[in-house]
Design a protein around this ligand. Structure first.
Ligand code: ADP
Ligand code: MG
Length: 238
C-alpha cells in the first residue's frame, strides 16, 4: 500500500505562508515527481508528507489513515536523503541492517532482507566495504537499500542525484526507475530538473510559489499545459 492524500494542507514559517491550501492525491504504486523552480516549496511539501515538518492546517492521510500528527517513524515512509547519511565506520551490510537492528529483527530475517536488497540494487559484491570505498552512485544505492529493508509504503526522494556528476545521474535515474518497477512501491521524487521529471514520472506535480499549477502525465503536460508557466517550464511548444 502507498496511497497518500493531502487535504487543504497549508504550511507557514512564522508569518510567511509558503504552502497555501493544497489538495493532492497520490495513488498506490505511482511514481510522482514534484517539480518547480528553487524555493517553490518542493522540499517543504515532501517534509510535510514525511512528518519532518508539522502542517499549519489541513490533513494528511496515508493508506486512508489520518497521519497528520503521526511522528515520522510511524508513517511507514522512507526518506532517501541527498547527503546519503551513511555511517562511515560501518560496512554496507551493517548500514543496511541498521534500521532492522534498531527494530529488533532477528538475524536470519536481517540476512535474507539484506541479500534481497543488495540483489535488487546490484550491491551484492560490496556488502563488506565501507562507504568511503564506494562511488557516489553506490553510496546512493546503499542509502536506498537501508530504506528498502523497512518495506515502506512509499519512498520519498529529495533531489537525490544532485551530488552526482552528469554521467552518473543518467545511470542512477535508470536504476531508480528499475527499482520502482521491481518493487511496485509508491515513489515521490523531488527535482528542479524538467528533463528528470519528464523522463521519470507517471505523474508530474508542477509547483510555483507553493501552488500546484498542474498535475498530469508528462504527455498531458506537454500537449495540454494549463498555463504559460507550465508550458515554459516543461518546454511545451504551446
Ligand atoms: P524547494 O525545495 O522547492 O527549493 P523549499 O521547500 O525548500 O523549496 O522552500 C520553500 C520556501 O519556504 C522558501 O521560500 C524557503 O525559504 C522557505 N523555507 C523552507 N524551510 C524554511 C524554514 N525552516 N524556515 C523558514 N523558511 C523556510
Ligand atoms: Mg528543496
Amino acid at each position: 500500500m502507498g496511497k497518500i492524500s493531502l487535504n487543504q494542507v497549508t504550511k507557514s514559517f512564522g508569518d510567511v505562508q509558503v504552502i497555501p491550501p493544497l489538495d493532492l492525491d497520490i495513488n498506490e504504486g505511482e511514481f510522482v515527481v514534484f517539480v518547480g523552480p528553487s524555493g517553490c516549496g518542493k522540499s517543504t511539501l515532501l517534509r510535510l508528507i514525511a512528518g519532518l515538518e508539522d502542517t499549519t492546517s489541513g490533513h494528511i492521510s496515508i493508506n486512508d489513515q489520518d497521519a497528520t500528527t503521526l511522528p515520522p517513524a510511524k508513517r511507514g515512509l522512507a526518506m532517501v536523503f541527498q547527503s546519503y547519511a551513511l555511517y562511515p565506520h560501518m560496512s554496507v551490510r551493517k548500514n543496511i541492517a541498521f534500521p532492522m537492528r534498531m527494530a529488533g529483527v532477528d538475524e536470519a530475517t536481517q540476512k535474507a532482507k539484506i541479500d534481497a536488497a543488495a540483489a535488487a540494487l546490484n550491491l551484492t559484491d560490496y556488502l563488506d566495504r565501507k562507504p568511503g570505498q564506494l562511488s557516489g552512485g553506490q553510496r546512493q544505492r546503499v542509502a536506498i537499500g537501508r530504506a528498502i529493508v523497512r518495506e515502506p509504503a512509499a519512498f520519498l526522494f529529495d533531489e537525490p542525484l544532485s551530488n552526482l556528476d552528469a554521467a552518473l545521474r543518467v545511470g542512477m535515474r535508470l536504476e531508480i526507475m528499475e527499482l520502482h518497477k521491481k518493487l511496485e512501491t509508491t515513489m515521490i521524487y523531488v527535482t528542479h530538473d524538467q528533463v528528470e521529471a519528464m523522463t521519470m514520472a507517471d505523474k508530474i506535480v508542477v509547483l510555483q510559489a507553493g501552488v500546484i499549477e498542474q498535475v498530469g502525465s508528462p504527455l498531458e503536460l506537454y500537449h495540454s499545459p494549463r498555463n504559460k508557466f507550465v508550458a515554459g517550464f516543461i518546454g511545451s511548444p504551446k
